[in-house]
Design a protein around this ligand. Structure first.
Ligand code: SF4
Ligand code: SF4
Ligand code: SF4
Length: 165
């Protein structure tokens, strides 16, 4: 059964400990830029949690001209750094612009769900926020709700905050 990270923007404190936990897990150092989850606060007080939503059709995977992307048993996207040329095709293919190219990294960056034990979910829970929760992957329509760029997600939150949605 594929797993998924349910994200509740309203519970996010913007502490960014998830970014620290993710970079420590994958890079061995505190390196928020290389975190597979990012917290954007483009509008003060309205944090947006951005990480891969594991699209049903994985447009990033099919777009890669070098077969550097594949999917794992939990539904996560896997990056083969030996094949990735950092061409950026997957970044444009992703409707949420989730894959990121980071200076100093040999391959594009996408959440791999920590192979089933997400560190970001763990630290968020331990800190008492519970903005991230590990669930079974919901159906495609729910997933699509989260497949928006941080800019569009911020504007949607603002519209809601001022009662226009
Ligand atoms: S950036 Fe890497 S993973 Fe993405 S399409 Fe190019 S080669 Fe493939
Ligand atoms: S959200 Fe983006 S990175 Fe994740 S599976 Fe979909 S296209 Fe790929
Ligand atoms: S599940 Fe793991 S890889 Fe994905 S964002 Fe969280 S800490 Fe990073």
């Amino acid at each position: 059964m594929p797993i998924w990270i349910l994200r509740d923007f309203s519970k996010c404190s913007s502490c960014k400990l998830c970014e620290i936990a993710c970079s420590l897990k994958h890079e061995g150092v505190v390196w928020p830029e290389a975190s597979r989850i990012r917290i954007y606060e483009l509008i003060p007080g309205l944090p947006v949690i951005s990480t891969c939503v594991q699209c049903d059709d994985y447009p990033c995977v099919s777009s890669c001209p070098f077969q550097a992307l594949s999917t794992g048993e939990h539904g996560q996207v896997l990056v083969d750094e030996n094949k990735c040329t950092l061409c950026g095709t997957c970044v444009y293919a992703c409707p949420g612009k989730i894959p990121r190219i980071v200076r100093g990294k040999l391959g594009v960056i996408i959440c791999d769900l920590c192979n089933g034990e997400p560190e970001c979910v763990k630290i968020c829970g331990e800190m008492g926020y519970h903005a991230l929760q590990l669930v079974n992957k919901p159906d495609g329509e729910i997933v699509k709700n989260y497949l928006v760029s941080p800019e569009d997600a911020s504007l949607k939150l603002l519209a809601k905050a001022i009662g226009e949605e």
